[in-house]
Design a protein around this ligand. Structure first.
Ligand code: KIV
Length: 264
């Protein structure tokens, strides 16, 4: 696979072709994921839960994100690398610039920040200085204490309109991508149709431009109950490499996610 860039992914959206995103946190899995035709690796702060056994992403530090981003960059075979700015590392635009610089130096190609319109200033400052931003909206795990639980967001008319407006403002501020987590399928469809930039979904139904899942979830090794938007690809894929390739194939041909993986 030749190197995937923002232009590659923008062209996919324009052509109506979907792309796949999967988390990875180390060099070996980054090698496997990027060799399986998955266009983008997310070095997610979900590592706090799946690697460190914590019960939320809040304790993950910037140093830890730098460490894992460097490891992923060493193993990567041409995928685009997106790295999460962790909790409270972008509370002000200036802090976002400093924290973001560390992750870009570690090998990230795009940064993911959780939030709505309050991120506009940081987004435009980063974008103007050549740092692409993905704005993560809907269920934002870093604000779990305020949200009061891992729940679907944007179900009321008021909150849906607010999310549509957040998406519009963030794109106008210079965001290069949006990510929608746990939002009703019809709302994700509307935001995706209105956006001029690629929209990645997780628990957001089949109409977004791309899908992301946590690697441990698609391998079926996450302890306990998994959310309804998760599918175990290892069972059908037969091997880890087979699971990654099957995930990429089903995202691109539109057979994953199916309607049962989304929310009303
Ligand atoms: O940290 C992460 O892995 C994420 C995905 C669940 C979208 O943000």
């Amino acid at each position: 696979m030749s190197n995937i860039t923002l232009h590659t992914l923008a062209a996919r959206k324009a052509a109506g072709e979907k792309f796949a995103v999967l988390t990875a946190y180390d060099a070996t899995f980054a090698h496997q994921v990027s060799s399986a035709g998955i266009e983008m690796i997310l070095v997610g702060d979900s590592l706090g839960m799946v690697l460190q056994g914590r019960d939320s992403t809040l304790p993950v530090s910037l140093e830890e994100m730098v460490y894992h981003t460097e490891a992923v960059a060493r193993g990567n075979q041409g995928a685009m690398i997106m790295a999460d700015l962790p909790f409270m590392s972008y509370a002000t635009p200036e802090q976002a610039m400093q924290s973001g610089a560390e992750l870009m130096r570690a090998g990230a190609h795009i940064l993911k920040l959780e939030g709505g319109r309050w991120l506009c200033e940081a987004t435009s400052m980063l974008a103007e200085r050549g740092v692409p931003v993905c704005a993560h909206m809907g269920l934002t795990p870093q604000t779990i204490n305020k949200l009061g639980g891992y729940r679907v967001q944007g179900r009321t008319r008021e909150s849906a309109l607010e999310m549509i407006e957040d998406a519009r403002r963030l794109e106008e501020a210079g965001a290069s991508m949006l990510l929608l987590e746990c939002v009703p399928t019809v709302l994700a469809q509307e935001i995706t149709a209105n956006a001029g930039i690629p929209v990645i979904g997780i628990g957001a139904g089949p109409h977004t431009d791309a899908q992301v899942l946590v690697m441990h979830d698609i391998l079926g090794i996450t302890p306990g109950r998994t959310p309804r938007f998760v599918k175990n690809f290892l069972a059908e894929g037969g091997s880890i490499q087979g699971a990654f390739a099957l995930y990429a194939e089903q995202v691109k041909n539109g057979s994953f996610p199916a309607s049962e993986h989304g929310f009303e």
